[in-house]
Write a new protein. Structure first.
Length: 199
C-alpha cells in the first residue's frame, strides 16, 4: 500500500510537457523490451523446466520429491517466481520513468530537496514492492503447501525469481540505462550534445 501510494504521489508531481513526452517514449521502448524478454523467458523456462523435471525425478527416486504432484508444485512456483520478477521489472520501469521526468523538472525549478527526494521515494516504492511481493508469495507457500515439501517449493520459487531477474536485468542492462534517463531528458531540453563535458 505504501509503495502504491508513493507511486501515485510521484506521478502527480509537475513536469514539463516535453520531459513527459520523452519519458513516455522511453517507457514505451522499455515496454517493448519487456514484452520481448517475456517471450524469451517463456522459451528459457521451457528448457530449464525439462532439466528440473529430470533432476527432481532422479533425486530421491521413489521418495516424496519425485512424485508428480511435488514436481508440478515446484514448476508452478518457478513460474510464480518468474512472474514476480517480471512484475517488479514492469513496475520499476514505470515508477522510474515517472520519477526521472519529475526530478529533471525539479532541477530546472532549482528545488534541491525535490531533486534528492523524488528519486529516493521512487527507490523506496520499488524496493517495498519487490520485498512485499516476495514475502507474500513466501507466506502463501508456508501456509498452503504441506510442510515436508515447503523447501522444494521455495527452491522452485528461487529458481524462477533468479531466472527472471537475470534475464530481465542482465540481458540488455535495462535497469542501468534507466539511471541515465534524467540526464538524457536534460540533454534533450537544453540541446546538449552526447559527448558534452556537462553530461
Amino acid at each position: 500500500g505504501i509503495s502504491l501510494f508513493l507511486r501515485k504521489q510521484i506521478s502527480q508531481l509537475p513536469a514539463h510537457k516535453s520531459m513527459l513526452d520523452v519519458a513516455e517514449t522511453i517507457f514505451q521502448t522499455c515496454r517493448t523490451y519487456l514484452i520481448q524478454q517475456g517471450k524469451f523467458l517463456a522459451i528459457l523456462f521451457g528448457i530449464i523446466s525439462v532439466a528440473m523435471i529430470f533432476y527432481l525425478s532422479m533425486a530421491n527416486e521413489g521418495g516424496a520429491v519425485s512424485t508428480p504432484i511435488v514436481i508440478v508444485l515446484v514448476l508452478l512456483f518457478s513460474v510464480v517466481g518468474i512472474g514476480g520478477s517480471y512484475a517488479v521489472a514492469w513496475y520499476g520501469i514505470r515508477v522510474n520513468t515517472y520519477a526521472n521526468a519529475r526530478t529533471a523538472f525539479a532541477s530546472l525549478k532549482r528545488r534541491p530537496w525535490d531533486v534528492v527526494n523524488i528519486p529516493l521515494r521512487s527507490g523506496i516504492s520499488i524496493g517495498l514492492f519487490l520485498i512485499s511481493l516476495e514475502l507474500v508469495m513466501m507466506v502463501i507457500i508456508l501456509l498452503f503447501v504441506p510442510r515436508e515439501i515447503v523447501g522444494y517449493c521455495f527452491l522452485g520459487f528461487a529458481i524462477g525469481e533468479s531466472l527472471g531477474a537475470s534475464a530481465l536485468r542482465i540481458a540488455g542492462g535495462i535497469f542501468t540505462k534507466i539511471a541515465d534517463i534524467g540526464s538524457d531528458l536534460m540533454k534533450i531540453v537544453f540541446k546538449v550534445k552526447e559527448d558534452d563535458h556537462r553530461d
